[in-house]
Structures are given as structure tokens and as C-alpha cells.
Design a protein around this ligand. Structure first.
Ligand code: FAD
Ligand code: DLZ
Ligand code: SF4
Length: 508
């Protein structure tokens, strides 16, 4: 019996579940660049280019290995525009009656495959440390699903940074040694820059013609587009940046976009790098004395801890997760998320960088654009769409828990035990943005007051009923209660006036 083997744009792994089950002699691989996937949000052009270039190179590799690959380019005249449509077309072409797929990373596509007018078997994606069942077994019966405990299970399961049954160095978590403020200078030049080859250049031309008007600069394009290049970036980063990754993980600098971050998340998600291989390479650097434990543990925690944990939450919480809005936030996403046209230096810098690179690091996403959206009461589904569109590594299974859960508290506390909100003082401590800003971070009220300072109190007071009993937030409410009444009134009035100006589209 001949079957179709579906490989999606983020399933570019030679031993992905569907391929493992396939038979080279009788089965046909289907890969397709389709309008549905390229437009379900207005993806950053760099993201589309990365995916298409990596897909084309992976298809060539599979052909080289002897597979029959039916690849549809976006501009092919017969292109039906959707994944189910392409499966149907290829089934008619080959006489195949069944499709083997690896479960997609988004409910929308899982459902579309389920509803397709031919038989599609969806196999679990085995590129993760924890299976759905393992995560659910861990989660069942727990009152709170805290990442730290799940992470310890993953350390035990993988044996990463373990000394027998104990954690290496005696502690599970070295975060206490991390999170230093921004350094004066950075002795790492950022990720490797790869010159686009003919395949990538052809994709860049296509993307420019079709998606050139979307938010984001397509060129220059220097990201890795195959497994070999991605591995070179990993090796480069381990050698030159991993040792300081932990120390400056949360820092931000006005003149440096990458600091010591790895910029490998898109490569792992696409399947160009294996998450365990990445962690083992980092562990080896520690065992050889080339990187300190706080850096290596911090990095491994992000991958076998956070990455696995958010995936578990996404599948466990089900298809309605992206529509949650526990705080009933209704404001529209301000235009400056697309234009960078704001006097708030930290926000402008993050949006500019996002436009240019399709990349911002974790603290920019969480404590600048995420924090502002939460403080300002932006509708979380609009925030979710923005994040899903603008980042190279944004696939719903990983993006939604980070945005809806961690950043916007829209899931009501499934992921975060308290909302990630802060006034300008946090940004001032961790970055040098405030020194370049039109607003004053020291000013709590008045014309120049940092909007984060005003909105911080506005947020806490709006949600007093929900959060004042949270043991981790009591101190903040006590500080508010000690303030003089006329000061409280000024803060709240100025915060409302700011939101009003922003809502009218005035420059803020
Ligand atoms: P590094 O800082 O070098 O970290 C190493 C690796 O750890 C990353 O490559 C990534 O694989 C993993 N990692 C770190 N933090 C997380 C996390 N919270 N969840 C999952 N994996 C993590 N990550 C995405 O991959 N896709 C997203 O769409 C995404 N959206 C986010 C939205 C918000 C609001 C926030 C706060 C975080 C988001 N993250 C997302 C998590 C994190 O910001 C990125 O994984 C990280 O910035 C990727 O850059 P890097 O490879 O340089 O990471
Ligand atoms: C993100 C994306 C884009 C832009 N284009 C395609 C495509 O044309 N063909 C394809 O197979 N996959 C694409 N993808 C990735 C899918 O959207 C991704 O598999 C789902 O969002 C699930 O993670
Ligand atoms: Fe951002 Fe406020 Fe600092 Fe300006 S003063 S950079 S708005 S935190």
C-alpha cells in the first residue's frame, strides 16, 4: 500500500516520527509551501524565508537519501493553498489512500488534518524529552504546576548535570548566581552570519514579492537554514558566549541586541538541532571546565525545563487556551508595536530590533513589550497574535503559553504564580535604556513620569481584589496603602490620561 508522509515546515528532522515509520520503496513524502500557513498571521518575512529555505534544503537532502519527495513551492500554479489540499492533490497523483503525519504544533492544524477528506494518522512528535502522557502523569493531581519540579524530573530522566541521583554541584537551580545587571561591554559579537546560498536567495526573492509589505525587514538575512549551519552557530555560541550566558541572561543594552543569548530556538523548533544534543554540548563545556555551572545549568533549564514545560501546558490546556482572558483586558494593541513610534525608549528599541531581526531575547519579550501590554490592559488575544507573527521562533505550542500564560496572566495563573509586572525601576536596573529615554524613570508622577511607573499602580489597583491576597504581592499593596491620598489620586489620574492619549493614537 502506498502512503503519503507529511513533513511540515517545523518538522525538518531526519528521524521525525512519520519518517521513521515510512518505507522508502513505496511511500511518497509531501512537503508544501502554502498560503494558509504563510498567512494565518502576518508572519515576519524573515520567519517565512527561514522556514521555506530550510524546507527546500531538507527536501533536497531527503531526495539525496533516495526518497520520492513531492515538494510544492508557493508559486506553483497547481498549489491548492493548504496542507489538506496538497495532501489530497498528491493522493490523487500517487493513488495513496493514507497519510502518515507527525502531530503538528498547533491545534488549528491538528484539527485541519483530522477533518481532511482522507485518512490521516497523526503520530506523537517524539522530538521532546517528555511525552504527552509523561507530562499529564506529572501534572495530574497537583494543585500548582510549577516548572521547577517538572524540571527536576527532566534532569533525572535525561541524566543531564546529575551526579548519581543528586544534582551536579549539590543544587538543582543556580539562578541566584545569574541575573546580573547589564555589563559595560559585551565580548561576544552575536550569532554567526551565514551568507545566503542560491536556494535561500530564491526564497528571499519570493518572500519579498509576496510578503514584502508585512511588518519586518527581510534583508539582510543571515540566519542558518540547514542543520550543518545551525550546528556551527551552536558550537560558536558555546565557545564564545555560554560562559557568560547565566550572568547576563536578564540584561538589556541599548546598543547590543543579542548579548550572550544563543539565538537557537528557531533551529530547535524547526528540527535542525536536537534539544538533547544541544544540552549535552553545553554540559560537555562545563565538564571540560570551559563554562561555569551557573551558566550551563541556567541554559539547560531553559530547554529541558521551560521548553518542555510550556509544551506540556499547551497540549494539556486544549484548543481554547489562546482565547483566555482572565483579567478581562480589552484595550487594542497600540500601533507602536508595529511602528516603534513611541517615546518609551525600551519599547522602541525592542520593536525596532524585532522589526530588523525577528528576534528579541526573553527579558525584552517579558519585561518590556509583555510587561507594557499587561500593565496597559491590552486584549491578550491581540498580544498573542503579535508575538505569533513577529518572532522567528514563534510556533503556537511554545508562543501561546509564554504569552497567554507567563506574560499576560490571561490563563488565570496556570503558569505564573503572580503577574510579571514591574515599574520602570526594573528596566532601569537591568538595562541602560532609561538614560536615553524622553521619560524619567525616577519621576513617579508629572509630565515626564515613566509610563511604566504610572501604569504599574494603575494595574495593581484595577486588580486589587484578585491579587491583594497573593502572598508574593502583599508588600506592593502595603506600599500603595502607605501613600498619601492626594499622591494616589495623581498617579491614577495621570495613568488614565496616558491610556486615554494612547487609545486616541497620540504619540506617547
Ligand atoms: P536563550 O536565551 O539563549 O535560551 C536558550 C533556549 O532556551 C532557547 O533557545 C529556547 O529554546 C529555550 N527557552 C528559553 N526560555 C524559554 C521559554 N520561556 N519557553 C520555551 N523555551 C525557552 N520562545 C520561543 O521559542 N517561541 C516563542 O514564540 C516565544 N515567545 C515568547 C513570548 C514571551 C512573551 C516570552 C516572555 C517568552 C517567549 N519565548 C518564546 C521564550 C524565550 O523568550 C525564547 O525562547 C528565547 O528568547 C529564544 O532566544 P534564544 O534562542 O537566544 O534563547
Ligand atoms: C510557519 C509556517 C509557514 C510560514 N509556512 C509553512 C508552509 O508553507 N508549509 C508548512 O508545512 N509549514 C509552514 N509553517 C509551519 C506550520 O505553520 C507549523 O507546522 C504549524 O504552525 C504547527 O507548528
Ligand atoms: Fe522605559 Fe521608562 Fe526607562 Fe523610558 S524611563 S526606557 S519608558 S523604563
Amino acid at each position: 500500500m502506498s502512503r503519503l508522509i507529511l513533513i511540515l515546515g517545523d518538522q525538518l528532522t531526519p528521524d521525525i516520527a512519520a519518517l521513521k515509520e515510512a518505507d522508502k520503496a513505496t511511500d511518497t513524502i509531501v512537503m508544501a509551501e502554502v498560503a494558509d500557513e504563510a498567512t494565518y498571521v502576518r508572519h515576519h518575512p524573515k520567519k517565512i524565508a527561514l522556514i521555506f529555505a530550510a524546507m527546500r534544503k531538507f527536501a533536497a537532502r531527503l531526495r539525496g537519501d533516495g526518497w520520492d519527495v513531492r515538494y510544492t513551492e508557493l508559486d506553483d500554479t497547481a498549489n491548492s493553498g493548504s496542507i489538506p489540499g496538497e495532501l489530497l492533490r498528491r493522493a490523487e497523483e500517487t493513488g495513496a489512500t493514507e497519510v502518515l503525519a507527525t502531530e503538528p504544533g498547533e491545534w488549528r492544524l491538528i484539527q485541519a488534518l483530522h477533518d481532511a477528506p482522507l485518512k490521516v494518522i497523526q503520530l506523537e512528535d517524539t522530538r521532546f524529552v517528555a511525552s504527552h502522557k509523561e507530562f499529564d502523569d506529572w501534572a495530574r493531581g497537583r494543585k500548582a504546576l510549577r516548572m521547577e519540579y517538572f524540571y527536576r524530573e527532566m534532569r533525572r530522566k535525561t541524566g543531564l548535570l546529575m551526579a548519581g541521583t543528586d544534582p551536579a554541584g549539590g543544587k538543582w537551580n543556580y539562578d541566584h548566581d545569574n541575573r546580573k545587571p547589564a555589563p559595560d561591554s559585551v565580548d561576544y559579537g552575536g550569532p554567526m552570519q551565514f551568507t545566503p546560498d542560491a536556494t535561500t536567495e530564491a526564497v528571499l526573492d519570493l518572500v519579498e514579492a509576496r510578503f514584502g509589505n508585512s511588518f519586518g525587514n527581510l534583508r539582510p538575512f543571515h540566519y542558518a537554514t540547514d542543520a550543518e549551519e545551525a550546528r556551527r552557530q551552536l558550537t560558536h555560541w558555546i565557545k564564545h558566549a555560554l560562559p557568560k550566558f547565566g550572568d547576563f541572561q536578564d540584561a538589556m543594552l541599548d546598543g547590543n541586541r543579542f548579548l550572550y543569548h544563543s539565538v537557537i530556538s528557531p533551529y530547535i523548533h524547526l528540527g535542525l538541532l536536537d534539544p538533547l544534543e544541544v544540552c549535552q554540548a553545553a554540559e560537555e563545556a562545563w565538564r571540560e571546565g570551559a563554562a561555569p555551572l551557573n551558566a550551563v545549568e541556567g541554559f539547560i533549564r531553559q530547554i529541558i525545563g521551560w521548553r518542555e514545560y510550556v509544551r506540556g501546558i499547551y497540549y494539556r490546556e486544549g484548543p481554547g487556551y489562546t482565547r483566555r482572558n482572565a483579567l478581562n483586558h480589552q484595550r487594542k494593541l497600540p500601533d507602536f508595536y508595529w511602528t516603534a513610534d513611541t517615546d518609551m525608549r525600551c519599547v522602541a528599541k525592542t520593536v525596532e530590533q524585532t522589526r530588523d531581526e525577528a528576534y528579541a531575547h526573553h527579558i525584552q519579550r517579558l519585561m518590556v513589550t509583555g510587561n507594557f501590554a499587561l500593565l496597559a490592559g491590552i486584549d491578550p488575544s491581540e498580544v498573542h497574535e503579535w508575538y505569533l507573527a513577529v518572532y522567528l521562533d514563534a510556533f503556537e505550542w511554545v508562543e501561546a503559553p509564554n504569552v497567554i500564560g507567563m506574560s499576560q496572566f490571561a490563563d488565570g495563573g496556570v503558569i505564573a504564580s503572580k503577574p510579571y509586572v514591574s515599574s520602570g525601576s526594573y528596566i532601569d536596573r537591568m538595562s541602560d535604556h532609561c538614560g536615553h529615554c524622553a521619560y524619567s524613570v525616577k519621576a513617579k508622577t508629572g509630565k515626564n513620569a515613566c509610563p511604566f511607573n504610572l501604569l504599574y499602580w494603575n494595574f495593581l489597583i484595577r486588580h486589587r481584589e484578585r491579587f491583594s491576597k497573593n502572598p508574593r504581592m502583599g508588600q506592593m499593596y502595603a506600599t500603595w496603602d502607605r501613600m498619601k491620598d492626594d499622591r494616589k489620586e495623581t498617579v491614577l489620574r495621570e495613568a488614565e490620561a496616558f491610556l486615554d492619549r494612547m487609545g486616541k493614537g497620540e504619540r506617547v
